[in-house]
Design a protein around this ligand. Structure first.
Ligand code: MG
Length: 372
């Protein structure tokens, strides 16, 4: 069955204050209505707006319908726009509820398979009082009371008929539906499905959006350097005495290179070679901490912090264990993070392959970056 969404955004929002109606005010960098539309991405939408807001609504990329003088009239205008289009189910949603989730939307659409109407609500859990002149004048039994939300879901034909028959002045579409004798199923709503009404609601909504926006990135890196003549190797920033050296354009710190590439990878920023071309003589013999410091600074410039990283060195010799704590501390120092976020460990390859034959050292690294 074809489902469409009517988003009602024609109100003037007098309780919010400000010169711009609340659905057009900015929330986390874009208008409230843009968040609301994003919640229904991929669905057929009709946006009902006030005639004065036509210029604001251009560019939103959805069909626009001019609302009427009341909420009822605006909903009716939206329903009429869907009449005869083949749409059979309709969700009617307040534009000022931008945090509705796809989970709730899907539950409501599914409920229409068995019902003519379904709407989200949450049971009242606070005690309810009646007040008079600043004094408590009595308590109200909260048993069986719900806080109603939108979207409210209906089959199109019955809700259109119900609106046409209704005298007007309804609080919401459930009231209209019930007046026409439709049964409305209660679907569990969501605490986060706020209706932006007062100025303080914007701060709550932004906090909820920030929590949803958690951005965690993962990158991996792999590097190999061959042994050459020498008496030490640099591994994860630590000079380790060894009967050979490592061959490379820079100091050949294979572990730090793998870690640096992991961070670039998490940022989708290529690898060390992109940022420090080996053809550029200024990087010949460079200390690898320059590369690692650059990668972590790039991450921070994009708003990320290191979540954790894990480096594995693959070699028969030198033995890494005695140096692992110093390596962990040095990588943490270069990146400016707690050592508890940095792991350095090692394995042999059971004398198999090039590392087993002690022709070189390989290193693997993984890093996560978290939007700070
Ligand atoms: Mg390398």
């Amino acid at each position: 069955m074809t489902t469409a969404v009517i988003i009602v955004a024609a109100g003037r929002g007098s309780r919010m204050g400000g010169e711009v109606p609340k659905q057009w005010q900015m929330l986390a960098g874009k208008p409230v209505i843009a968040h609301t539309l994003a919640a229904f991405a991929g669905m057929q939408v009709v946006l009902v707006i006030h005639p004065d807001d036509m210029a604001r609504a251009e560019g939103l990329g959805v069909p626009l319908v001019e609302g009427g003088a009341s909420r009822d009239a605006s909903v009716l205008a939206g329903l009429r726009a869907l009449e005869g289009t083949g749409v059979q189910k309709v969700l009617i949603h307040d534009g000022a509820r931008p945090l509705v989730t796809r989970g709730l939307i899907d539950r409501l659409v599914a409920a229409l398979d068995a019902q003519d109407a379904a709407a989200p609500a949450l049971p009242v859990t606070d005690a309810l009082w009646r007040g008079d002149d600043g004094l408590v004048a009595g308590t109200v039994d909260r048993a069986g009371l719900y806080r109603a939300q939108t979207p409210q879901a209906f089959r199109l034909a019955p809700i259109l008929a119900a609106h046409l028959a209704h005298p007007g002045g309804a609080a919401d579409d459930v009231e209209v539906a019930r007046a026409a004798g439709l049964d409305v199923a209660i679907v569990e709503g969501e605490e986060t499905n706020l209706k932006l009404t007062f100025p303080g609601d914007f701060a709550r909504a932004e906090a909820i959006l920030k929590g949803r926006d958690m951005d965690v990135r993962l990158g991996n890196g792999y590097d190999v350097h061959a042994f050459c003549e020498g008496d030490h190797v640099w591994l994860c920033g630590v000079k380790v005495p060894h009967g050979r050296g490592l061959l490379g354009h820079s100091d050949a710190d294979v572990g730090m290179h793998a870690l640096t590439d992991a961070i670039y990878g998490a940022l989708a920023e290529g690898d060390i070679g992109r940022h420090f071309p080996p053809t550029d003589p200024q990087w010949k013999g460079a200390a690898s901490h320059i590369f690692l410091a650059h990668a972590i600074a790039l991450a921070r410039s994009r708003g990320y912090e290191l979540g954790n990283c894990d480096v594995t060195l693959v070699c028969e010799r030198p033995k890494i264990g005695p140096h692992a704590t110093a390596m962990q501390a040095e990588l943490a120092r270069i990146m400016g993070v707690d050592a508890g976020r940095v792991s350095v460990k090692a394995t042999t390859s059971e004398r198999l392959g090039f590392t087993g034959r002690e022709e070189g050292i390989a290193a693997l690294a993984t890093a996560t970056l978290v939007k700070a």
